[in-house]
Design a protein around this ligand. Sequence first.
Ligand code: HEC
Length: 161
Amino acid sequence: MNILKMVGTGLIALLAGIQLIPVDRDNPPVTAGFDGPPEVEAVLKTACYNCHSNETDWPWYAYVAPMKFAVADHVEEGRGEFNLSEWGSFTQEFKDHLRHEMWEEVEEGKMPLPNYVWLHPEAVLSREQKETLRQWSLQAAQKPAGEGEGDAGHEEHDHEH
Ligand code: HEC
């Protein structure tokens, strides 16, 4: 058997093998859904819900290794940052903090994740959709903000920026 054939057979066996590794693709129940303005909810549903809520619309490639590992990872991390299906249970401080953060990430083009947008062109936000988020984030600034405690009830950030 020539070396190429051996490598090829090995690769196929490996690809078949990793299909068997399970990943979590749960959509847990929505305990306290988003209670903000409907127009904001619509924007978030278009661009953020797949990773930041329990209402994930799992794509076909979420069932195929190795892509499924990346998808499951993003959803787990996204839900870990903040889960819009638990929004109703957040404190006002945390909601204000998040509104601010969410707009900041969108404004800087960091969210939705660029490699997600590539496969989900519908998640590219229009000028109007961005304006909706911006206006909503500004409402938070009207309240006297407690310094440095915006992270109340928030999990540790284990990544930079
Ligand atoms: C493809 C999955 C995915 C989508 C879609 C997505 N996010 Fe995220 N989001 C993540 C992941 C993963 C992280 C944590 C890692 C990181 O910050 O890059 C994150 C982190 C965040 C953070 C915290 C950033 C920080 O540094 O503290 C905010 C805020 C955020 N996302 C907002 C949004 C908003 C708003 C949308 C929709 C416009 C959105 N995300 C869409 C996956 C996603």
